[in-house]
Design a protein around this ligand. Structure first.
Ligand code: F6P
Length: 328
């Protein structure tokens, strides 16, 4: 698979794919404005790979992205496109890039979206990925667009739940998103001062890690107990019932759900989207193709897409320890 374009990139397509994330609009804006700056034509593709297959695209310019930086969601809309998981879909996608004479595609999305991009790259369509998902679960990148906004939404919810939980001396179970990853859960547990945090990366015992911990908190005079459950752990309603049955403490269960995906992006998400969007276009302008833009600390780098998809990200042991120490 090539990593250098064999011709000058003059026209690109940009799409958002998979679950939307706050800051995707800021990333679209950055891509479009950087293209305008470097004299590259840019087409916005609606509804992710679904729109690519349908040829549902339109030319964009600097004005097409006015007043979107503060808006959640994605103006291009998004979809989870099942036919793009089949080889036939990939071939049709390639055909559409030829029909619309797109020299490259910028894909803003998560892991699943990048797998589709890799298949396109294998068929000879130059691609570049920008990590956009609230889950922060892209192995090659320290950060994914949307993560900070989602965490702030969760943190706000925990603060509010705590107010009522302490008034009633209840134990509140809060299920947060993250698919198979516990980044949102762990960070929000620390930020929200939760008593217990259950993540899919770490097996737990109901008796030791949940019940004993809650009883210990009660014995120390606490009036509220917040248990964060990552969605990858699941079973939140049953867990809440089990803890009530064993401890006699009244429990509530709140599944935060899609509220975590919405809202105006935070400064961090807008800035990261700006940096990543410009980096993606700059890479294409310099003939770099089939890469993922990745955050390494404060810097943005590009990593070969095949390599990037092999990379794994572990939960930070120091954070797990800090969570254990701080929240009892
Ligand atoms: O990947 C983002 C995410 O919000 C996950 O945290 C969650 O598991 C999933 O998407 C939900 O997807 P959908 O909106 O398609 O139900």
């Amino acid at each position: 698979m090539d990593s250098v374009a064999n011709k000058e990139i003059k026209r690109i397509g940009v799409l958002t794919s998979g679950g939307d994330a706050p800051g995707m609009n800021a990333a679209i804006r950055a891509v479009v404005r950087a293209c305008t700056y470097y004299g590259i034509q840019v087409y916005g593709i609606r509804r992710g790979y679904r729109g690519l297959l349908d040829g549902d695209m339109f030319e964009m310019n600097a004005r097409s992205v006015s007043d979107i930086i503060y808006r959640g969601g994605t103006i291009l809309q998004t979809a989870r496109c099942h036919s793009f998981r089949e080889h036939e879909g990939i071939v049709k996608g390639k055909k559409m890039t030829e029909i619309f004479q797109l020299d490259a595609l910028v894909v803003i999305g998560g892991d699943g979206s990048f797998k589709g991009a890799l298949e396109l790259a294998r068929e000879g369509v130059p691609v570049i990925g920008i990590p956009g998902t609230i889950d922060n679960d892209i192995g090659c990148s320290d950060y994914t667009i949307g993560f900070d906004t989602a965490m702030n939404t969760v943190r706000d919810a925990i603060d509010k739940i705590k107010d009522t939980a302490s008034s009633h001396e209840r134990c509140s179970f809060v299920e947060v998103m993250g698919r198979n990853a516990g980044y949102i859960a762990l960070n929000c547990s620390i930020a929200g001062g939760a008593e217990v945090c259950l993540v899919p990366e770490k097996p737990y015992s109901l008796e030791v890690d949940v019940v004993r911990r809650i009883i210990a908190c009660r014995n120390r005079g606490k009036h509220h107990y917040v248990v964060i459950v990552a969605e990858g752990v699941g079973g939140t309603l049953e867990l809440a019932q089990q803890v009530k049955d064993i401890t006699g403490i009244e429990t509530t269960a709140t599944i935060l759900g899609h509220i975590q995906r919405g809202g105006s992006p935070t400064v961090k998400d807008r800035v990261m989207a700006g940096k990543m969007g410009v980096k993606a276009v700059l890479a294409l302008k310099n003939g770099e193709i089939n890469k993922i833009v990745a955050a390494q600390g404060e810097k943005c780098v590009t990593i070969d897409i095949e390599e990037a998809l092999q990379m794994k990200k572990e939960l930070d042991e120091d954070m797990l320890l800090a969570n254990d120490i701080l929240n009892v």
